[in-house]
Design a binder for this molecule. Structure first.
Ligand code: XMP
Length: 515
């Protein structure tokens, strides 16, 4: 473990937002570590943190057995900031009281500052706050004063400057709270006295040390897809353990134009990573022959992938770990997916279905990061912009964009269409404004006229969406000239396509992919 000169500990009381708090601290360029709420005080003391943040949580402090940290944590002389449940727990531990008022409070509220607290420096009265609570503090502990209220919540924020203790009822970590980052920065920099010195470079040092310690002299297998997440994982692991990392890249014949070459060039030629390249195009095409039904396609592609991956893994010999590019939003999504009755809209596939004798221990070094942080990390590791900035691409690839029957010829046509569309988006300098751009080949033909000749050829549709997280999406408003240029080029340069459509469906009701 690297010894961080400065750090903030986030004590997790079960909030969905704990990682978001840690992220906001990282944005202040200070290292942060999340620990369970019941971490022993000695362990916390040994880490020598500069500040501790108590997260929110779903429990009520009034309920028996609700999570409490060890009392000694409040006697360490280290500044504490309690957020929502964190404020309430701090209050009752120090002798205050928490009640459930008649009216609960969810959503926006306006800040009314009382006095001048360091916590609210540069945050004006009237600022929009995001509230989500049933309980609230009724009586402050001795020594505290109230530094803010809202219409519904008289004790919205409290402080005891002598002991360096602060608490807020709202959530400064979420984007719906205006100036929330300023509040976190006030706590981290002004109150805890941390200097902004941490960066993604420091994250690399920590992650490398952690991976080395975990892996020792054993071997790690990493499935490389060419997407941002697996690419960053591969580059990070390679930095940590060099040739103890073996990457497997499966060419399923459903990739974009030039994709396989790019992956080989970057990972084998540039990084000198041990890369096992499986050319399985023929195998996938045979398995998909005559199949048009979207779920059937996905299942076949998923099954074939696992079989090929398995073969490659066996060929490597003994492997101890499997590396995966799981990000924090994936962690949250799988937790909520397991806990709730959410319907399977589409069966996404990953390598979770490997057989018993190929079950490895998992390494997931990106588990705490958000997508944009992964991109910063990728750059830090020297990955080219082309990989770091790319749009998401689904595991089943062009298989679910070649609507109807999949043939090599139709895939080649789609690859050409896709490449022109992406190139025109890049030429117009719009690639970064778009969450994802894609082309589909439709299972209809249309009549056209080219050079005085009647044509009867394929139809393609172009789609580009903006989104935060792919859960909802809106269609991208292109300047018409960009679509015009893409359409002209596609009809002129791609044989077998004589019509181009632009998809103006948002999600919902549409999904991003067509199948
Ligand atoms: P949908 O089409 O469900 O897509 O709106 C949301 C996001 O997920 C991607 N996607 C997939 N990614 N395996 C993946 O790794 C899949 O099977 C898969 N299906 C959809 C899609 O490209 C979009 O970014």
């Amino acid at each position: 473990m690297i010894d961080h000169e400065q750090m903030i500990i986030v004590l997790d009381f079960g909030a969905q937002y704990s990682q978001l708090i840690a992220r906001r601290v990282r944005e202040c360029h200070v290292y942060s570590q999340i620990l369970p709420f019941n971490t022993p005080v000695e362990q916390i003391r040994a880490l020598r943190p500069d500040g501790i943040i108590f997260s929110g949580g779903p429990a009520s402090v009034r309920a028996e057995g609700s999570p409490r940290p060890e009392q000694g944590i409040l006697e360490l002389g280290i500044p504490v900031l309690g957020i929502c449940y964190g404020l309430q727990v701090l209050s009752v531990m120090l002798g205050g009281s928490v009640e459930r008022p008649e009216r609960r409070e969810y959503g926006h509220a306006a800040l009314e500052k009382i006095g001048e607290s360091a916590l609210f420096r540069e945050i004006p009265t009237g600022t929009h706050l995001w509230m989500s609570h049933g309980d609230s503090v009724q009586v402050m502990p001795d020594g505290f004063s109230c530094i803010a209220s809202t219409g519904n919540c008289p004790i919205t924020a409290i402080e005891d400057t002598a002991r360096g203790m602060y608490g807020v009822q709202f959530h400064p970590e979420v984007v719906h709270t205006e100036h929330g980052s300023v509040l976190i920065s006030n706590f981290v920099h002004t109150i805890c006295g941390c200097t902004p010195s941490w960066s993604m470079g420091s994250f690399v040092d920590t992650a490398v040390a952690d991976i080395q310690q975990k892996v020792g002299d054993r071997t790690v297998l990493c499935g490389l897809s060419g997407g941002v997440d697996s690419s960053v994982v591969a580059a990070l692991l390679h930095k940590a353990i060099g040739d103890q990392l073996v990457c497997v890249f499966v060419n399923n014949g459903l990739l974009r134009k030039g994709e396989a070459d790019l992956v080989i060039k970057v990972f084998r030629d540039h990084f000198h990573i041990r890369l096992q390249y499986a050319d399985a195009e023929q195998r996938f095409l045979s398995a998909l022959e005559g199949v048009s039904e979207p779920e059937a396609k996905r299942k076949i592609i998923g099954r074939e992938f696992i079989e090929v991956f398995e073969q490659e893994a066996r060929a490597i010999g003994h492997v101890d770990f499997l590396a995966q590019g799981t990000l924090y939003p994936d962690v949250i999504e799988s937790i909520s997916a397991n806990g709730g009755p959410s319907a399977t809209i589409k069966s996404h596939h990953n390598v979770g279905g490997l057989p018993e004798d190929l079950r490895f221990e998992l390494i997931e070094p990106l588990r705490e990061l958000f997508k944009d942080e992964v991109r910063i990390l990728g750059r830090e590791l020297g990955l080219p912009e082309d990989i770091v900035n790319r749009h998401p691409f689904p595991g089943p690839g062009l298989g679910i964009r070649c609507i109807g029957e999949i043939t090599k010829e139709r895939l080649d046509t789609l690859r050409d269409v896709d490449a022109i569309f992406i190139e025109e988006i890049r030429n117009a300098d719009l690639y970064g404004d778009i969450w994802q751009a894609l082309a589909c080949l439709l299972p209809v033909k249309s009549v056209g006229v080219q050079g005085d000749e009647r044509t009867y050829e394929e139809v393609c549709s172009l789609r580009a969406v903006t989104s935060e997280d792919a859960m909802t999406a809106d269609w991208f408003r292109f300047p018409p000239e960009v679509l015009q240029q893409a359409s002209n080029r596609i009809c002129n340069e791609v044989a077998h396509v004589n019509r181009v459509l632009y998809d103006i469906t948002s999600k919902p009701p549409g999904t991003v992919e067509w199948e």
